[in-house]
Design a binder for this molecule. Structure first.
Ligand code: FAD
Length: 641
C-alpha cells in the first residue's frame, strides 16, 4: 500500500540518532515521520545507563544548545550527576550523569509524542524506494510504502546484527530486539561502502545479591559526602536541579588475580580470540578479556557498580563488558569482593553489525551515491549515545534543509565538537568504533561545555531548531554576560581609590597604576567574588543582578570569569583560525581529476581521487596527504589546473 501522505523527512530508527534527527527536522517545520521497530524502545539505552563524560558531555551540551532532547531527558532521568575534571581547566571539564533508563526513555518518548510536525509509526523498514540515483521513500516489513523527499537512516547496531556469547551466536539487533537483515541486504545491493564492527556489554546484576558493605561508595556531586554538597549539576541549558529525581550513589569493587585467572581460562572459548568475531571493537571501551590479555601485568581493574534506575534492583557493572561463555561470566563476577553471591540477570554479550564507511558521505552526511539519503549514528562507524545524538541532530537538520530546497549546514572544527566529529568521519573514516575525546579538537579552549550555547544557539535559531522559550532564555543570558563584561571593563581602580591593604588582600600586591576590573580578573588566583567585594563592595554596586537573573546568575558569572581568564589564549586561537580560514574553506573543483596533478605522489593522487574532499581543509586531514602535498595542490589550483 502507498501511504496517502507524503513526508519531507523520514527517519528510520528511534535510537539516539534517530530521535534527535526526527525532532530536529520537525522543529524546523518539516513534515517528519519516525519509523522504528518498536515504539516501546524509542530512546532506549542499549548499554550503560549513563550520558556524557569527557568529550561526550561536550557533544550533549551542543545538541542541547541547538534545541535537542538528550540533555533535558537526562535532567529528567538522571539519578547521579558528576562534573569530571572539575579541578582542571574549563575546556576539559565535562558533565556525566547516571540515568534511570525507564525515566530517560519516558522523557524522550514524551518529547517525541508532543512534537508538532512529527508522526511516529511502528514497523521494521525492509527497503528503500530509489528512483535513479535519488531516494524517494521507505518500505516497511508489511509492504507499506512511505514517500518522502529525504530519508535519514539511523539503524544503530541492527544491520545484520549478530550476538555472540562464547562460541554460540544468533541474529539480533541487540539483546531482545530483532536484527535488520532484509534492509542490510538491500543496502548491500545498492553498493554503499561498508564493513563490520563490534561492541560489547557486561552481564547485569541483581542488586539484592550484592554485598555493598564490601564495596566503596561513590556519591554523585551535590550528594552528602560528594563534591559540592547541595549543588547537583544540571545538564541542559534549559534544565534545573528541581527536575532531577532522587539521587543515588554508585559503588566500586575490583577484579583480582583470581578473576584474571578465570578470564584467561575462557580464552579458548572466546569468540574474539578464536576468530568467530570478525568486526573490530572499540579500543577505548575494551572487553574485560581484552584488558586482561593486553595489560597482562595489571593485577586489578576498578569496576563501577552503577544503578540502572530507581524502580529496579538491576546494576550495571561498568568495566566487565564480555562475550566469554556464560559459565566464565558467572565465575568471574562471583570472584570479586561484594559479588560473591551475585545473581546475573542478563548475560553479557558482543554484537557484530554492518557499518558504512563515512568517507562515502558528503559533509552534510548525505550519501555520495544516493541523493536525499542521509546516514547518522552508529551506522557511520561511531560508538556511544552522545556521538549518535549529535550526528542525528546534524543529519536531521541537513535533511530538513534539503527538503526545503536549501543548502546544507556544516559546522567548522573551531565552532563545535560536532564539526570535529563530522570532519573526522568524512575525511579519515574509521578503523574501529569512533568515540569523541577532547584531544580530537584543535581549538579546545573555545569549544567548552559551558559556552556551547554561546557558540551554537544563534545558529540553531537561524536554522529553525531553537524554539521561542529557549531563544528568550539564551538572549537574557547573553545580554547579561555582555553587560557585566562591559561593566567590569568600565570600572577603574587606581592607587588613589583602592587602599593598598585592600589591594594586597585581593590581588596579593598593591597596584601601581590604573586597571579596570576585567583586567584584574584576568590575573591568576583572582576570582569574581573577591573582586566585586573589594573595598567592602564599593565596586559591587552594579553587580549583575541576582534577582533579575535567578537561576542564570551563576552561569553568567562563570562566562564572564572564563572569558576574562582565557581571553589571551582565546584571542590567539581566533587569530589562528582566521589565518587558516581561507585555506580551510577553499572549495576544490568537483570535476578535478587528481590523477592528472603530476606534482603529487601517486599515493596522494589516489587518495584524493578516491575520497574527493570538498575543501582544501578536508583534503589536508586525509591520512597520508602531507602539508607539502597541500602546497603543491594549491599551486596547481592557482595555475588554474
Ligand atoms: P541504536 O541506539 O542502536 O538505535 C537504532 C534504532 O533503529 C533502534 O530503535 C532500532 O529498533 C531501529 N532500527 C534499526 N533498524 C531498523 C529497521 N530496519 N527498521 C526500523 N527500525 C530500525 N556505546 C558506548 O559508548 N559504550 C559502550 O560500551 C557501548 N556498548 C554497547 C554494547 C552493545 C551490546 C550495544 C548494542 C551498544 C553499545 N554501545 C556502546 C553503543 C550505543 O548503544 C550506540 O552507540 C548508540 O545506541 C547508537 O545510537 P543509534 O541511534 O545510532 O542506534
Amino acid at each position: 500500500m502507498l501511504y496517502p501522505q507524503e513526508f519531507d523527512v523520514i527517519v528510520v530508527g528511534g535510537g539516539h540518532a534517530g530521535t534527535e534527527a526526527a525532532l530536529a527536522a520537525a522543529r524546523m517545520g518539516c513534515k517528519t515521520l519516525l519509523l522504528s521497530h518498536n515504539i516501546e524502545t524509542l530512546g532506549q539505552m542499549s548499554c550503560n545507563p549513563s550520558i556524557g563524560g569527557i568529550g561526550k558531555g561536550h557533544l550533549v551540551k551542543e545538541v542541547d544548545a541547538m534545541g535537542g532532547a538528550m540533555a533535558l531527558a537526562t535532567d529528567q532521568g538522571g539519578i547521579q550527576f558528576r562534573i569530571l575534571n572539575s579541578s582542571k581547566g574549563p575546556a576539559v571539564r565535562a558533565t556525566r550523569a547516571q540515568a534511570d533508563r525507564i525515566l530517560y526513555k519516558a522523557a524522550i518518548r514524551e518529547m517525541l509524542e508532543n512534537q508538532p510536525n512529527l508522526w511516529l509509526f511502528q514497523q521494521a523498514v525492509d527497503d528503500l524506494m530509489v528512483e535513479g540515483d535519488r531516494v524517494v521513500g521507505a518500505v516497511t516489513q508489511v509492504g507499506i510504502q512511505f514517500k518522502s523527499k529525504t530519508v535519514v537512516l539511523t539503524a544503530g547496531t541492527f544491520l545484520d546484527g549478530k550476538i555472540h556469547v562464547g562460541l554460540d551466536n544468533y541474529a539480533a539487533g541487540r539483546a531482545g530486539d530483532p536484527p535488520a537483515v532484509t534492509l542490510s541486504a538491500r543496502l548491500k545491493e545498492l553498493k554503499l561502502p561498508q564493513g563490520r564492527l563490534k561492541t560489547g556489554t557486561p552481564p547485569r546484576i541483581d542488586g539484592r545479591s550484592i554485598d555493598f558493605s564490601q564495596c566503596t561508595e561513590q556519591p554523585g556531586d551535590g550528594m552528602p559526602g560528594g563534591m559540592n554538597e547541595g549543588h547537583v549539576p544540571v545538564f541542559s541549558f534549559r534544565g534545573n536541579a528541581a527536575m532531577h529525581p532522587q539521587q543515588m550513589p554508585c559503588w566500586i569493587t575490583h577484579t583480582n588475580e583470581r578473576t584474571h585467572e578465570i578470564i584467561r581460562s575462557g580464552f579458548d572459548r572466546s569468540p574474539m580470540f578464536t576468530g568467530k568475531i570478525e568486526g573490530v571493537g572499540p579500543r577505548y571501551c575494551p572487553s574485560v578479556e581484552d584488558k586482561i590479555n593486553r595489560f597482562a601485568d595489571k593485577d586489578s581493574h576498578q569496576i563501577f557498580l552503577e544503578p540502572e534506575g530507581l524502580t529496579t534492583h538491576e546494576y550495571y557493572p561498568n568495566g566487565i563488558s564480555t562475550s566469554l561463555p556464560f559459565d566464565i561470566q558467572y565465575a568471574l563476577v562471583r570472584s570479586m569482593k561484594g559479588l560473591e553471591n551475585a545473581h546475573i540477570l542478563r548475560p553479557g554479550y558482543a554484537i557484530e553489525y554492518d557499518y558504512f564507511d563515512p568517507r562515502g558521505l558528503k559533509s552534510s552526511f548525505e550519501t555520495r551515491q544516493i541523493q536525499g539519503l542521509f546516514f547518522a549514528g552508529q551506522i557511520n562507524g561511531t560508538t556511544g549515545y552522545e556521538e549518535a545524538a549529535a550526528q542525528g541532530l546534524f543529519a536531521g537538520i541537513n535533511a530538513g534543509l534539503q527538503a526545503r530546497g536549501q543548502g546544507p549546514w556544516m559546522p567548522r572544527r573551531d565552532e563545535a565538537y560536532l564539526g570535529v566529529l563530522v570532519d573526522d568521519l568524512i575525511t579519515k573514516g574509521v578503523t574501529e568504533p569512533y568515540r569523541m575525546f577532547t584531544s580530537r579538537a584543535e581549538f579546545r579552549l573555545q569549544l567548552r561545555e559551558d559556552n556551547a550555547d554561546m557558540r551554537l544557539t544563534e545558529i540553531g535559531r537561524q536554522l529553525g531548531v531553537v524554539g521561542d522559550a529557549q531563544w528568550e532564555l539564551f538572549n537574557r543570558k547573553r545580554d547579561a554576560v555582555s553587560r557585566e563584561t562591559e561593566r567590569l571593563k568600565a570600572t577603574w581602580v587606581n592607587p588613589r581609590n583602592l587602599p593598598a591593604a585592600e589591594s594586597e588582600r585581593v590581588l596579593g600586591k598593591s597596584i601601581e597604576h590604573e586597571y579596570n576590573l576585567f583586567d584584574l580578573l584576568r590575573r591568576p588566583g583572582v576570582g569574581y567574588a573577591a573582586l566585586v567585594g573589594m573595598d567592602g563592595g564599593k565596586y559591587e554596586a552594579a553587580e549583575v543582578s541576582r534577582e533579575a537573573l535567578g537561576d542564570l546568575h551563576d552561569d553568567v558569572l562563570e562566562q564572564v570569569e572564563i572569558a576574562a581568564k582565557y581571553s589571551g589564549y582565546i584571542d590567539r586561537q581566533k587569530e589562528e583560525v582566521q589565518r587558516a580560514a581561507h585555506y580551510e574553506s577553499l572549495k576544490l573543483p568537483a570535476e578535478l581529476d587528481y590523477m592528472q596533478v603530476a606534482a603529487l605522489s601517486i599515493e596522494v593522487r589516489q587518495k584524493l581521487q578516491k575520497h574527493r574532499p570538498e575543501t582544501l581543509g578536508q583534503a589536508s586531514r586525509i591520512s597520508g596527504v602531507t602539508p607539502a602535498a597541500i602546497s603543491l595542490l594549491m599551486i596547481h589550483l592557482k595555475k588554474g589546473g
